[in-house]
Write a protein that binds this ligand. Structure first.
Ligand SMILES: *[C@@H]1O[C@H](CO)[C@@H](O)[C@H](O)[C@H]1NC(C)=O
Ligand SMILES: *[C@@H]1O[C@H](CO)[C@@H](O)[C@H](O)[C@H]1NC(C)=O
Ligand SMILES: *[C@@H]1O[C@H](CO)[C@@H](O)[C@H](O)[C@H]1NC(C)=O
Ligand SMILES: *[C@@H]1O[C@H](CO)[C@@H](O)[C@H](O)[C@H]1NC(C)=O
Length: 177
């Protein structure tokens, strides 16, 4: 009899543990949409080249840019207009990492929010960005604050360009807890 009671007690512990674990891991799905302003030219660039080949001599611009490393601190806004509400900033490093006939970047960035429901939260992206393609997909590899343990992806689309400057539209899908 004592054995049966002990067994039932153990079973109930296991079930309780399963319930708590399931509750703790209940995931949320969040969709974010914003515009990123990448300003390379002018007196106040938000992305600066910090390393790369000393000489740009080849007639092939892709070959010239291969190996260039940029540090960026780009504002993220609600609309494509540069003076619309700033939601946060995308900060990090990107490198021209393709020798093929395309501008492909390795992106290592953190998108940090300073207003709205995600104030103080961030997510991080690590992936390949073939910037001349219409739609680029980059993986989200983690996050902080409301985006702790985030997994997801960004769909990025160039909204407009002005010489080297660009406004990029982002659709981000995040699964977090
Ligand atoms: C830069 O190019 C010039 C002319 O082509 C060449 O003489 C020089 O050695 C190159 N410098 C470097 C660091 O590659
Ligand atoms: C954005 O605001 C600044 C400062 O108020 C102004 O100088 C600039 O012309 C504005 N830009 C646009 C595109 O409206
Ligand atoms: C964002 O959070 C910071 C730190 O908690 C706070 O000081 C700031 O007022 C908040 N900003 C907005 C717009 O809520
Ligand atoms: C997000 O995706 C929708 C549907 O494809 C598109 O209409 C919208 O312009 C995208 N948003 C941004 C900021 O690019």
């Amino acid at each position: 009899m004592a054995l049966v009671t002990k067994f039932l007690f153990l079973i109930s512990l296991v079930i309780m543990n399963m319930i708590f674990t399931t509750q703790a891991l209940k995931s949320k799905l969040t969709h974010l949409e914003f515009y990123m302003h990448d300003i390379v030219g002018g007196p106040k660039p938000t992305a600066v080249r910090v390393a790369g080949r000393a000489n740009f001599t080849s007639p092939d611009p892709v070959a010239d840019m291969f190996g260039s490393v940029f540090v960026m601190d780009n504002p993220l806004t609600v609309t494509p207009h540069p003076n619309s509400t700033v939601l946060g900033r995308a900060q990090g490093i990107y490198a021209m990492s393709s020798q093929q006939n395309e501008f492909s970047l390795l992106m290592t960035l953190t998108y940090n929010f300073i207003t709205g429901p995600y104030n103080g939260s961030s997510f991080s992206v690590l992936g390949r960005n073939p910037v001349m393609s219409e739609l680029r997909e980059m993986p989200v590899v983690g996050g902080t604050g409301k985006f702790r343990l985030a997994r997801g992806y960004c769909l990025a689309k160039t909204f407009s360009t002005d010489q080297m400057d660009a406004v990029i539209g982002y659709n981000v899908t995040l699964i977090h807890y």
